[in-house]
Design a protein around this ligand. Sequence first.
Ligand code: ZN
Length: 338
Amino acid sequence: MREYQVLALELAPVLRQAPPFIAQVHRLLGIVEVYSRDDLKAGALEFIPMERILKNALELEKASTASLGHQDYVVKALLAWFKNDFFQWVNKPECLLCHNTDQAKITSLGATKSSEEEHRRAQATTTEIYKCQQCHSTYRYPRNNDPLVVLEQHNGRCGEWCNGFMALLHAMEIPARYIWNAEDHVWCEYYSASQKRWIHLDSCENAFDEPLLYARGWGKKMSFVFAVSETLIVDVSAKYIDPEHQIPKQSKCDVRLLGKCVRMFNAGKWLAYNAKLTDLFLDYEEARLDEFYTKVLRPHYEEVAQLKGPSVATKTEELKPRETGAGEWTELRGESGK
Ligand SMILES: [Zn+2]
């Protein structure tokens, strides 16, 4: 048994007694593993109109005066295509029988546990039920989790948007991580080679490097924001929440205990990643350490320093209210910028 497997076993009883919020954070750890599967990357690539994305990226690059690299323009072009021409936001989904999309003629009947078939097909765990007032049929909308199924359907809410976009970034070998907010929103980030930092991306909003969009733009109050990659889980709250919109962290859990647990989670993730690198480089110890240092440790410590610095969450750019989601729905969530 390898070290990280031993650690996982030791962690299990601790987690069984951990407060619910810490258990919830722990469940995030495995969420990104799926994206590094080769079959998934190959499948996801099929959805990208590559020629068009690269052409648009070149045009953006020519027109821009910013000091970004080519990779950054590729991400911008991918993001714009994803939002404007590919993915669709769903409030109440289209009737499967008569294709009615009139929101006033569709009634939500709540949600239920997904059927075995729905779970087998796309790892759905929750299925929403709707009644069409036009043809009187009742139909199901499983909240699918399999990234390829999500790309195939190319619609959903922030979960599906983030899931689909993460799959595309990974397919293009752009380092990406999953960003989870405790107040029910998800988005992602990619690691910019030119900027040498993680850059905020929200595919629902076509938002690029606007980390204060939620707090200042939507007026969203938040407690925690975590970033999850293959190698790390990091508390990036300081990047996304300004003091005015910070829900006290202590109201969610014992912050010191959480910090301790996150360090344990990361030890497990690093051991697992090192085991993978050891398999990759066999006995080239130097190559393994170099890879680990340049890809994981150095960016991590740079980020930790940035997160502690005074410049985080103080920018004052123009931020817009939420674009996706029906008005009533965003107001309920306190995100309309009002
Ligand atoms: Zn219908």
